[in-house]
Design a protein around this ligand. Structure first.
Ligand code: 4AD
Ligand code: MG
Length: 430
Protein backbone atom coordinates (compact mmCIF):
# COMPACT_ATOMS: atom_id res chain seq x y z
CA UNK A 1 0.00 0.00 0.00
CA UNK A 2 1.60 3.36 -0.93
CA UNK A 3 2.40 5.57 2.04
CA UNK A 4 1.21 9.09 1.16
CA UNK A 5 1.54 12.46 2.92
CA UNK A 6 -1.80 14.19 3.50
CA UNK A 7 -0.84 17.16 1.34
CA UNK A 8 -0.42 14.88 -1.66
CA UNK A 9 -3.73 13.02 -1.30
CA UNK A 10 -5.60 15.11 -3.93
CA UNK A 11 -3.33 13.41 -6.51
CA UNK A 12 -4.50 9.99 -5.32
CA UNK A 13 -8.29 10.20 -5.61
CA UNK A 14 -9.81 6.75 -6.08
CA UNK A 15 -6.66 4.98 -4.85
CA UNK A 16 -6.05 2.93 -1.72
CA UNK A 17 -3.35 4.48 0.44
CA UNK A 18 -1.87 4.45 3.93
CA UNK A 19 -1.31 7.60 6.00
CA UNK A 20 0.82 7.90 9.15
CA UNK A 21 0.01 10.65 11.61
CA UNK A 22 -1.51 11.71 14.91
CA UNK A 23 -5.11 11.94 16.02
CA UNK A 24 -6.06 15.62 15.92
CA UNK A 25 -9.74 15.42 16.78
CA UNK A 26 -12.76 13.18 16.28
CA UNK A 27 -16.54 13.18 16.24
CA UNK A 28 -19.11 10.47 15.74
CA UNK A 29 -22.76 9.95 14.92
CA UNK A 30 -24.14 6.45 15.49
CA UNK A 31 -22.85 4.24 12.70
CA UNK A 32 -20.18 6.71 11.62
CA UNK A 33 -17.00 8.00 13.24
CA UNK A 34 -14.90 10.84 11.84
CA UNK A 35 -11.35 10.85 13.22
CA UNK A 36 -9.26 13.76 11.92
CA UNK A 37 -5.60 12.94 11.40
CA UNK A 38 -2.71 15.37 10.99
CA UNK A 39 0.76 14.52 9.72
CA UNK A 40 2.43 17.94 9.64
CA UNK A 41 1.61 18.45 5.96
CA UNK A 42 -2.15 18.81 6.46
CA UNK A 43 -5.35 17.55 8.08
CA UNK A 44 -7.34 14.56 6.87
CA UNK A 45 -10.92 13.71 7.67
CA UNK A 46 -11.34 9.94 7.89
CA UNK A 47 -14.73 8.29 7.58
CA UNK A 48 -15.26 5.04 9.47
CA UNK A 49 -18.50 3.27 8.58
CA UNK A 50 -19.41 0.61 11.14
CA UNK A 51 -20.47 -2.02 8.61
CA UNK A 52 -17.27 -1.57 6.51
CA UNK A 53 -14.75 -2.31 9.26
CA UNK A 54 -13.96 -5.05 11.75
CA UNK A 55 -15.18 -4.80 15.33
CA UNK A 56 -11.54 -4.31 16.35
CA UNK A 57 -11.04 -1.33 14.03
CA UNK A 58 -14.33 0.25 15.14
CA UNK A 59 -13.25 -0.10 18.78
CA UNK A 60 -9.77 1.27 18.07
CA UNK A 61 -11.30 4.45 16.68
CA UNK A 62 -13.70 4.74 19.61
CA UNK A 63 -10.89 4.46 22.14
CA UNK A 64 -8.13 6.42 20.45
CA UNK A 65 -6.99 9.45 22.43
CA UNK A 66 -5.95 12.88 21.13
CA UNK A 67 -2.38 12.90 19.71
CA UNK A 68 -2.02 9.11 19.63
CA UNK A 69 0.18 7.93 16.76
CA UNK A 70 -1.93 6.18 14.14
CA UNK A 71 -1.67 4.43 10.78
CA UNK A 72 -4.78 4.54 8.61
CA UNK A 73 -5.50 2.71 5.36
CA UNK A 74 -8.40 3.37 3.02
CA UNK A 75 -9.63 4.86 -0.24
CA UNK A 76 -9.17 8.55 -1.09
CA UNK A 77 -12.41 10.31 -2.11
CA UNK A 78 -13.04 13.85 -3.29
CA UNK A 79 -15.04 15.79 -0.69
CA UNK A 80 -15.25 19.53 -1.15
CA UNK A 81 -16.41 20.20 2.41
CA UNK A 82 -13.44 18.40 4.03
CA UNK A 83 -10.12 20.15 4.76
CA UNK A 84 -7.85 19.74 1.72
CA UNK A 85 -10.83 18.72 -0.46
CA UNK A 86 -10.48 14.95 0.18
CA UNK A 87 -11.49 12.38 2.77
CA UNK A 88 -10.44 8.83 3.45
CA UNK A 89 -12.91 5.93 3.50
CA UNK A 90 -11.28 3.83 6.23
CA UNK A 91 -10.58 0.09 5.98
CA UNK A 92 -8.12 -0.21 8.82
CA UNK A 93 -7.12 2.05 11.68
CA UNK A 94 -4.12 1.08 13.78
CA UNK A 95 -2.99 2.84 16.95
CA UNK A 96 0.81 2.63 16.85
CA UNK A 97 1.32 4.47 20.15
CA UNK A 98 -1.49 5.65 22.40
CA UNK A 99 -1.04 9.16 23.86
CA UNK A 100 -1.44 9.88 27.55
CA UNK A 101 -4.14 12.45 28.34
CA UNK A 102 -3.12 15.41 26.18
CA UNK A 103 -2.83 18.66 28.13
CA UNK A 104 -3.76 21.02 25.27
CA UNK A 105 -7.45 20.75 24.41
CA UNK A 106 -9.60 22.88 22.11
CA UNK A 107 -10.65 25.04 25.08
CA UNK A 108 -8.84 28.32 25.88
CA UNK A 109 -5.59 28.01 27.83
CA UNK A 110 -3.51 30.71 29.50
CA UNK A 111 -0.32 31.82 27.81
CA UNK A 112 2.04 30.81 30.63
CA UNK A 113 0.59 27.30 30.49
CA UNK A 114 1.02 27.12 26.72
CA UNK A 115 4.56 28.52 26.89
CA UNK A 116 5.52 25.79 29.38
CA UNK A 117 4.20 23.32 26.81
CA UNK A 118 5.76 25.02 23.79
CA UNK A 119 7.19 21.65 22.63
CA UNK A 120 3.60 20.37 22.30
CA UNK A 121 1.93 23.67 21.41
CA UNK A 122 3.83 23.57 18.08
CA UNK A 123 1.30 20.94 16.95
CA UNK A 124 -1.69 23.29 17.27
CA UNK A 125 -3.12 24.56 13.99
CA UNK A 126 -2.44 28.24 14.63
CA UNK A 127 1.16 27.71 15.75
CA UNK A 128 1.69 25.39 12.83
CA UNK A 129 0.43 28.07 10.40
CA UNK A 130 2.67 30.77 11.89
CA UNK A 131 5.79 28.62 11.65
CA UNK A 132 4.94 27.63 8.07
CA UNK A 133 4.76 31.34 7.23
CA UNK A 134 8.14 31.79 8.94
CA UNK A 135 9.53 28.98 6.79
CA UNK A 136 8.22 30.60 3.59
CA UNK A 137 9.60 34.01 4.56
CA UNK A 138 13.03 32.53 5.28
CA UNK A 139 13.11 30.96 1.83
CA UNK A 140 11.87 34.18 0.20
CA UNK A 141 14.62 36.15 1.96
CA UNK A 142 17.32 33.82 0.70
CA UNK A 143 15.87 33.82 -2.82
CA UNK A 144 15.67 37.60 -2.91
CA UNK A 145 19.35 38.04 -2.15
CA UNK A 146 20.57 35.04 -4.09
CA UNK A 147 18.73 36.24 -7.23
CA UNK A 148 20.41 39.64 -6.90
CA UNK A 149 23.89 38.14 -6.66
CA UNK A 150 24.46 38.77 -2.95
CA UNK A 151 26.91 36.38 -1.27
CA UNK A 152 25.82 34.83 2.03
CA UNK A 153 28.46 35.49 4.66
CA UNK A 154 27.86 33.67 7.93
CA UNK A 155 28.91 35.97 10.73
CA UNK A 156 30.23 34.64 14.06
CA UNK A 157 28.01 34.21 17.10
CA UNK A 158 30.83 34.53 19.63
CA UNK A 159 32.29 38.02 19.32
CA UNK A 160 34.85 40.15 21.11
CA UNK A 161 33.09 43.49 20.71
CA UNK A 162 29.69 45.17 20.98
CA UNK A 163 27.87 46.30 17.84
CA UNK A 164 24.65 47.81 19.12
CA UNK A 165 25.49 49.39 22.47
CA UNK A 166 26.88 47.79 25.60
CA UNK A 167 23.68 47.65 27.65
CA UNK A 168 22.19 44.55 26.01
CA UNK A 169 25.25 42.30 25.83
CA UNK A 170 25.20 38.66 26.89
CA UNK A 171 28.67 38.05 28.27
CA UNK A 172 30.46 34.75 28.36
CA UNK A 173 33.94 33.49 29.11
CA UNK A 174 36.21 32.69 26.18
CA UNK A 175 39.29 30.93 27.64
CA UNK A 176 39.74 33.64 30.23
CA UNK A 177 38.85 36.47 27.85
CA UNK A 178 35.50 38.25 27.80
CA UNK A 179 33.30 37.38 24.85
CA UNK A 180 29.75 38.32 23.90
CA UNK A 181 26.93 36.72 21.96
CA UNK A 182 26.52 38.61 18.71
CA UNK A 183 23.99 41.48 18.64
CA UNK A 184 24.37 41.94 14.89
CA UNK A 185 26.52 40.58 12.08
CA UNK A 186 26.95 44.01 10.53
CA UNK A 187 30.51 44.78 11.61
CA UNK A 188 31.69 41.51 10.03
CA UNK A 189 29.69 42.16 6.88
CA UNK A 190 31.28 45.52 6.10
CA UNK A 191 34.73 43.93 5.48
CA UNK A 192 33.00 41.22 3.45
CA UNK A 193 31.37 43.91 1.30
CA UNK A 194 34.89 44.99 0.33
CA UNK A 195 35.62 41.40 -0.69
CA UNK A 196 32.37 40.57 -2.53
CA UNK A 197 30.53 43.85 -3.21
CA UNK A 198 27.11 42.63 -2.13
CA UNK A 199 26.75 40.42 0.90
CA UNK A 200 24.23 39.42 3.55
CA UNK A 201 24.07 37.40 6.70
CA UNK A 202 21.11 35.62 8.24
CA UNK A 203 21.38 34.14 11.66
CA UNK A 204 20.50 34.32 15.32
CA UNK A 205 21.36 37.47 17.25
CA UNK A 206 21.17 38.09 20.97
CA UNK A 207 20.12 41.02 23.11
CA UNK A 208 19.74 41.05 26.87
CA UNK A 209 16.67 43.29 26.77
CA UNK A 210 15.79 44.00 30.36
CA UNK A 211 12.17 44.92 29.82
CA UNK A 212 9.21 42.74 29.02
CA UNK A 213 7.50 43.74 25.77
CA UNK A 214 5.62 41.94 23.06
CA UNK A 215 8.15 43.15 20.47
CA UNK A 216 11.39 41.94 22.04
CA UNK A 217 13.05 38.57 22.28
CA UNK A 218 16.45 37.81 23.80
CA UNK A 219 17.32 35.64 20.80
CA UNK A 220 15.98 36.64 17.40
CA UNK A 221 16.94 36.10 13.78
CA UNK A 222 18.19 38.97 11.71
CA UNK A 223 18.81 39.33 8.01
CA UNK A 224 21.45 41.92 7.22
CA UNK A 225 22.49 42.98 3.71
CA UNK A 226 25.54 45.21 3.23
CA UNK A 227 26.40 46.79 -0.13
CA UNK A 228 29.56 48.52 -1.36
CA UNK A 229 29.04 51.89 -3.08
CA UNK A 230 25.37 51.97 -2.05
CA UNK A 231 24.38 55.33 -0.61
CA UNK A 232 21.41 56.32 1.48
CA UNK A 233 18.71 56.75 -1.19
CA UNK A 234 19.65 53.42 -2.76
CA UNK A 235 19.45 51.80 0.66
CA UNK A 236 15.84 52.97 1.05
CA UNK A 237 15.05 51.60 -2.42
CA UNK A 238 16.55 48.22 -1.47
CA UNK A 239 14.62 48.06 1.82
CA UNK A 240 11.24 48.69 0.19
CA UNK A 241 11.87 46.34 -2.73
CA UNK A 242 12.83 43.64 -0.24
CA UNK A 243 9.77 44.05 1.98
CA UNK A 244 7.41 44.15 -1.01
CA UNK A 245 8.98 40.91 -2.26
CA UNK A 246 8.83 38.89 0.94
CA UNK A 247 5.27 39.95 1.79
CA UNK A 248 4.27 39.12 -1.79
CA UNK A 249 5.72 35.62 -1.41
CA UNK A 250 3.69 34.96 1.73
CA UNK A 251 0.52 36.14 -0.04
CA UNK A 252 1.29 33.90 -2.99
CA UNK A 253 2.33 30.73 -1.17
CA UNK A 254 0.75 30.83 2.30
CA UNK A 255 -2.91 31.26 1.45
CA UNK A 256 -4.00 28.31 3.60
CA UNK A 257 -2.00 29.49 6.59
CA UNK A 258 -3.29 33.07 6.31
CA UNK A 259 -6.82 31.67 6.21
CA UNK A 260 -6.20 29.55 9.32
CA UNK A 261 -4.98 32.68 11.08
CA UNK A 262 -7.95 34.72 9.79
CA UNK A 263 -5.49 37.33 8.57
CA UNK A 264 -7.02 40.29 6.77
CA UNK A 265 -4.98 39.88 3.58
CA UNK A 266 -6.15 43.10 1.92
CA UNK A 267 -3.90 44.93 4.41
CA UNK A 268 -0.91 42.93 3.14
CA UNK A 269 -1.90 43.38 -0.50
CA UNK A 270 -1.36 47.12 0.03
CA UNK A 271 2.33 46.58 0.64
CA UNK A 272 3.46 47.95 -2.71
CA UNK A 273 6.23 50.38 -3.56
CA UNK A 274 6.76 53.29 -3.15
CA UNK A 275 6.54 53.38 0.65
CA UNK A 276 6.15 56.77 2.30
CA UNK A 277 9.48 58.34 3.36
CA UNK A 278 9.52 60.91 6.13
CA UNK A 279 12.26 62.41 8.26
CA UNK A 280 12.52 62.23 12.04
CA UNK A 281 11.61 65.92 12.14
CA UNK A 282 8.48 65.27 10.00
CA UNK A 283 7.57 62.46 12.40
CA UNK A 284 7.79 64.83 15.40
CA UNK A 285 5.42 67.23 13.63
CA UNK A 286 3.05 64.40 12.76
CA UNK A 287 3.03 63.27 16.40
CA UNK A 288 2.31 66.84 17.54
CA UNK A 289 -0.84 66.91 15.37
CA UNK A 290 -1.95 63.75 17.20
CA UNK A 291 -1.36 65.35 20.58
CA UNK A 292 1.94 63.58 21.36
CA UNK A 293 4.76 65.89 22.27
CA UNK A 294 8.25 64.67 21.41
CA UNK A 295 11.36 66.89 21.47
CA UNK A 296 14.26 66.69 19.04
CA UNK A 297 16.64 64.15 20.62
CA UNK A 298 13.96 61.88 22.11
CA UNK A 299 13.70 58.35 20.79
CA UNK A 300 10.33 57.04 19.67
CA UNK A 301 8.79 54.34 21.83
CA UNK A 302 6.27 51.70 20.79
CA UNK A 303 3.33 54.08 21.26
CA UNK A 304 4.82 56.77 19.06
CA UNK A 305 5.70 54.21 16.39
CA UNK A 306 2.12 52.94 16.36
CA UNK A 307 0.66 56.43 16.00
CA UNK A 308 3.03 57.17 13.09
CA UNK A 309 2.28 53.80 11.45
CA UNK A 310 -1.48 54.37 11.73
CA UNK A 311 -1.14 57.45 9.55
CA UNK A 312 -0.16 55.28 6.56
CA UNK A 313 -1.56 52.20 4.82
CA UNK A 314 1.83 50.59 4.16
CA UNK A 315 5.23 50.52 5.89
CA UNK A 316 6.78 53.94 6.45
CA UNK A 317 10.48 54.78 6.40
CA UNK A 318 11.68 57.36 8.91
CA UNK A 319 15.14 58.79 8.25
CA UNK A 320 17.62 61.29 9.62
CA UNK A 321 17.49 60.63 13.35
CA UNK A 322 19.54 62.72 15.80
CA UNK A 323 23.14 61.52 15.93
CA UNK A 324 23.01 61.21 19.70
CA UNK A 325 20.35 58.47 19.74
CA UNK A 326 21.78 56.27 17.00
CA UNK A 327 24.67 53.82 16.70
CA UNK A 328 28.28 55.03 16.49
CA UNK A 329 28.83 53.86 12.90
CA UNK A 330 26.10 55.91 11.15
CA UNK A 331 27.16 58.46 8.52
CA UNK A 332 26.25 62.08 9.36
CA UNK A 333 23.95 63.82 6.89
CA UNK A 334 26.24 66.16 4.93
CA UNK A 335 23.43 68.76 4.84
CA UNK A 336 22.82 68.62 8.60
CA UNK A 337 25.45 66.86 10.73
CA UNK A 338 23.16 66.87 13.80
CA UNK A 339 21.34 63.96 12.16
CA UNK A 340 22.51 60.69 10.61
CA UNK A 341 21.71 58.90 7.36
CA UNK A 342 19.91 56.18 9.27
CA UNK A 343 16.47 54.76 8.67
CA UNK A 344 13.88 52.79 10.56
CA UNK A 345 11.05 51.11 8.71
CA UNK A 346 7.87 50.88 10.76
CA UNK A 347 5.31 48.21 9.86
CA UNK A 348 1.62 49.07 9.71
CA UNK A 349 -0.97 47.95 12.27
CA UNK A 350 1.21 48.49 15.32
CA UNK A 351 3.91 45.88 14.60
CA UNK A 352 6.68 48.41 15.19
CA UNK A 353 10.16 48.72 13.74
CA UNK A 354 10.91 45.91 11.30
CA UNK A 355 14.08 47.36 9.77
CA UNK A 356 16.92 49.49 11.10
CA UNK A 357 19.75 50.53 8.81
CA UNK A 358 22.10 53.27 7.67
CA UNK A 359 24.85 54.48 5.46
CA UNK A 360 28.10 53.77 7.34
CA UNK A 361 30.87 56.19 8.22
CA UNK A 362 33.66 55.48 5.75
CA UNK A 363 36.12 58.12 6.91
CA UNK A 364 38.73 56.57 9.20
CA UNK A 365 39.30 59.53 11.52
CA UNK A 366 35.62 60.31 12.00
CA UNK A 367 34.88 56.68 12.82
CA UNK A 368 37.77 56.57 15.31
CA UNK A 369 36.41 59.72 16.97
CA UNK A 370 32.93 58.14 17.27
CA UNK A 371 34.30 54.93 18.77
CA UNK A 372 36.05 57.01 21.43
CA UNK A 373 32.97 59.20 22.06
CA UNK A 374 30.93 56.05 22.69
CA UNK A 375 33.56 54.79 25.16
CA UNK A 376 34.17 51.68 23.08
CA UNK A 377 37.62 50.02 23.34
CA UNK A 378 39.57 51.11 20.26
CA UNK A 379 41.80 47.98 20.22
CA UNK A 380 38.77 45.70 19.82
CA UNK A 381 37.68 47.72 16.78
CA UNK A 382 41.07 47.93 15.05
CA UNK A 383 40.06 45.37 12.43
CA UNK A 384 36.83 47.31 11.76
CA UNK A 385 38.78 50.55 11.36
CA UNK A 386 41.09 48.77 8.88
CA UNK A 387 38.32 48.77 6.29
CA UNK A 388 38.64 52.56 6.26
CA UNK A 389 42.42 52.31 5.85
CA UNK A 390 42.72 49.93 2.91
CA UNK A 391 40.63 51.40 0.10
CA UNK A 392 37.63 52.92 1.86
CA UNK A 393 34.32 53.28 0.03
CA UNK A 394 30.78 54.49 0.82
CA UNK A 395 28.52 51.61 1.84
CA UNK A 396 25.18 50.95 3.45
CA UNK A 397 23.11 48.16 4.91
CA UNK A 398 20.21 47.30 7.12
CA UNK A 399 18.94 44.65 9.50
CA UNK A 400 15.47 43.17 9.42
CA UNK A 401 14.10 41.36 12.46
CA UNK A 402 12.55 38.15 11.13
CA UNK A 403 10.16 37.61 14.04
CA UNK A 404 8.69 41.11 13.76
CA UNK A 405 7.92 40.48 10.09
CA UNK A 406 6.46 37.02 10.80
CA UNK A 407 4.23 38.59 13.50
CA UNK A 408 3.04 41.30 11.14
CA UNK A 409 2.39 38.98 8.18
CA UNK A 410 0.65 36.43 10.42
CA UNK A 411 -1.29 39.07 12.32
CA UNK A 412 -0.25 37.80 15.76
CA UNK A 413 0.41 40.47 18.37
CA UNK A 414 3.26 38.87 20.33
CA UNK A 415 6.69 37.77 19.06
CA UNK A 416 6.72 34.71 21.32
CA UNK A 417 4.58 32.80 18.80
CA UNK A 418 6.79 33.58 15.79
CA UNK A 419 9.86 31.50 16.71
CA UNK A 420 9.81 27.79 17.57
CA UNK A 421 11.39 28.16 21.02
CA UNK A 422 11.24 31.79 22.21
CA UNK A 423 13.85 33.13 24.60
CA UNK A 424 12.21 35.78 26.73
CA UNK A 425 12.86 37.68 29.94
CA UNK A 426 13.21 35.00 32.65
CA UNK A 427 12.20 32.16 30.34
CA UNK A 428 14.60 29.59 28.87
CA UNK A 429 12.32 26.51 29.16
CA UNK A 430 11.65 24.47 27.07
O1 4AD B 1 17.80 48.43 14.69
P1 4AD B 1 18.74 47.32 15.03
O2 4AD B 1 19.30 47.30 16.41
O3 4AD B 1 19.90 47.40 13.95
C1 4AD B 1 21.04 46.66 13.92
O4 4AD B 1 21.29 45.73 14.64
C2 4AD B 1 21.94 47.00 12.76
N1 4AD B 1 23.30 46.54 13.08
C3 4AD B 1 21.42 46.35 11.52
C4 4AD B 1 22.23 46.68 10.30
O5 4AD B 1 22.25 47.82 9.87
N2 4AD B 1 22.89 45.69 9.71
O6 4AD B 1 18.03 45.91 14.77
C5 4AD B 1 17.54 45.61 13.48
C6 4AD B 1 16.16 45.01 13.58
C7 4AD B 1 15.10 45.90 14.21
O7 4AD B 1 14.57 46.79 13.27
C8 4AD B 1 14.09 44.90 14.69
O8 4AD B 1 13.27 44.50 13.60
C9 4AD B 1 14.94 43.72 15.09
O9 4AD B 1 16.18 43.87 14.44
N3 4AD B 1 15.16 43.66 16.55
C10 4AD B 1 14.57 42.77 17.37
N4 4AD B 1 13.66 41.81 17.14
C11 4AD B 1 13.25 41.05 18.18
N5 4AD B 1 13.71 41.20 19.43
C12 4AD B 1 14.63 42.15 19.72
N6 4AD B 1 15.10 42.25 20.97
C13 4AD B 1 15.10 42.99 18.66
N7 4AD B 1 15.99 44.00 18.57
C14 4AD B 1 16.01 44.38 17.29
MG1 MG C 1 16.71 49.95 15.56
Amino acid sequence: MPLVRIKELPQHIGERVTVNGWLYNKRSSGKLQFPIIRDGSGYLQCVVFRKDVSEETWKAVEDVTQESTVRVTGTVRAEQRAPGGVELGVESFEVLAPAAEYPITPKEHGTAFLMDLRHLWLRSSKQHAILRIRNELEKAIRDFFYDRDFVLIDSPILTANAAEGTSTLFETDYFGQKAYLSQSGQLYLEPAAAAFGRVYCFGPTFRAEKSKTRRHLMEFWMIEPEVAFLEFDGLQDLAEEFIEYVVGRALERCQEELKTLEREVSKLENVKRPFPRITYRDAIELLATKGMSVKFGDDFGGDEETVIANSFDRPVMISRYPTAIKAFYMQPDPKDPSVVLGLDMIAPEGYGEIIGGSQRIHDHDLLLQRIKQHNLPVEAFQWYLDIRKYGTFPHSGFGMGLERVVAWVSGVPHLRETIPYPRMLNRIYP
